[in-house]
Design a binder for this molecule. Structure first.
Ligand code: ADP
Ligand code: MG
Length: 435
């Protein structure tokens, strides 16, 4: 796995360690070789799906707002062969040595007798969800997984599993919804997103919105995906960094804060409470021009948590506005330089500061990564994903990637933090089949 070569805490940590993306050929070979070894036959094909990183729009999805993810070049690769019966056999040596055997007729949601354990929930769960959503009947299948999306780093390794499974099943079971990565059927993919989200929510028990799955299935190369999380409507937003001499550095803090379990639920609950007090369905209904008025109403609502509701609401409404402004700026198509670049950087920085101060979902490792990157010349930097750990992004000149990464490594060493990992986030293609 990419993290294995990262130096242990306390050892000299000067050179940044980058997690490389497998090339399509490497991914094909790794998944096919594994499939042959384990199942003793040839797969029908190898399908892949990318992890994602969100450029802007954090904690906006469950509030019906906007997000702006890109697909990473880091992908889950799934070699799969359709079976005639209803058995599912799965192997991923990156987490466990064993082959797991499941019955598509016996599996069911978390907390029921058919509960599916660990990562199997993301793969078998998709087959279950597709059938529940009326897209079956499917058949069983054998599948071997090889992924280079860092696990649990906030880069959606879980959605990559779901999306690779559903494009594979779409083809071998003849659902006809996905199209190809080169010519995607976007409406069909929007339906597949719903089944992937259902698998994650009901089978894995993770209460996430649809941003991760949408990114993996609906992003285009060289673009970010402007996603309206309420309607599922998308816009392809030009975000080709290399021609502008820019790069997007992802800093995986590798921080895990166990004390924050339940904080995600607490943030969601605060947003729902605010919406109720303000008499709207979702916080996305609050226009940024009416924010002061809304905040005054929350402050005067008489609840003990009034101050908290003010802060959470201010983040959500301003974050949706920042995302709208960033999308508009990128859509103008002006070169990412000078004043335009400065505006993009300011929006990224504003997002982080709001997440740190109003949403209180950063952590010392995220704040330090962002500060160090900015001090080393990043045009803008922010945490990305749910927070409390996970990853940060920094928009940097392409020739300064190493310098900025080194500055973050040095700052972490000085603070005594576990060394971070890095990856280069190039806006890449959505889930599809490898030739
Ligand atoms: P993230 O999606 O941000 O990486 P999650 O906690 O949502 O974090 O998903 C991580 C989980 O996805 C892992 O705990 C594991 O169950 C599953 N997973 C991801 N990649 C793999 C893999 N290569 N092999 C097996 N399981 C994986
Ligand atoms: Mg996930």
């Amino acid at each position: 796995m990419p993290h294995e070569s990262t130096p242990a805490p306390g050892t000299a940590a000067t050179a940044p360690v980058f997690s490389p993306a497998l090339t399509p050929e490497e991914g094909h070979t790794a998944a096919t070789t594994l499939f042959r070894e384990v199942f003793g036959t040839e797969p029908d094909g190898v399908w892949y799906a990318p992890g994602r990183v969100n450029i802007m729009g954090e904690h906006t999805d469950y509030n019906g707002g906007l997000a702006l993810p890109i697909a990473l070049p880091h992908r889950a690769h799934l070699a799969l062969r359709r079976r005639e019966d209803r058995t599912i056999r799965l192997v991923s040596p990156q987490t466990r040595e064993t082959v797991d055997v499941l019955d598509l007729d016996a599996i069911g949601p978390k907390g029921t007798p058919g509960e599916v354990r660990h990562w199997n929930a993301y793969v078998a769960g998709v087959a279950w969800a597709l059938e529940q959503d009326g897209l079956g009947p499917l058949t069983g299948f054998d599948a071997a997984l090889y992924s280079c999306v860092p696990l649990g780093g906030g880069l959606s390794s879980s959605a990559a599993l779901e999306a690779s499974t559903c494009v594979a099943l779409d083809e071998v079971c003849g659902l006809g919804l996905a199209g190809t990565a080169q010519e995607p059927d976007d409406a069909g993919r929007a339906r597949l997103v719903r089944s992937c989200v259902r698998a994650e929510n009901e089978m894995a028990g993770a209460p996430t919105g649809g941003m991760d799955q949408s990114a993996s299935l609906r992003c285009h190369e060289g673009h970010a995906l402007g996603l309206d999380c309420r309607t599922g409507e998308t816009t392809q937003v030009p975000f080709d960094l290399a021609p502008a001499g820019l790069a997007l550095l992802v800093i995986d803090t590798r921080a895990k804060h166990s004390l924050v379990d339940g904080q995600y639920g607490a943030r969601r609950a605060a947003c729902e409470r605010s919406a109720k007090v303000l008499g709207v369905q979702l916080l996305a209904d609050i226009d940024v021009n009416g924010l002061d008025h809304a905040l005054a109403r929350l402050a005067a609502c008489g609840e003990d948590s009034a101050a908290e509701l003010v802060m959470r609401t201010r983040h959500v409404v301003t974050e949706i506005d920042r995302t709208r402004r960033l999308i508009a700026l990128l859509q103008e198509g002006r070169p990412l330089a000078g004043d335009t670049l400065a505006q993009v950087g300011a929006l990224l920085n504003g997002s982080h500061d709001s997440l740190r101060d109003d949403y209180e979902c950063t952590c010392p490792e995220l704040d330090l990564a962002v500060e160090a990157a900015r001090a080393a010349g990043a045009h803008g930097a922010r945490m990305t994903g749910g927070g409390f750990g996970g990853s940060a992004i920094a928009l940097v000149d392409a020739d300064k990637v190493d310098e900025v990464a080194r500055a973050v490594v040095a700052a972490y060493a000085e603070a005594g933090f576990t060394p971070p990992a890095f990856l280069n986030a190039v806006p890449s293609a959505p889930a599809g089949r490898l030739a």
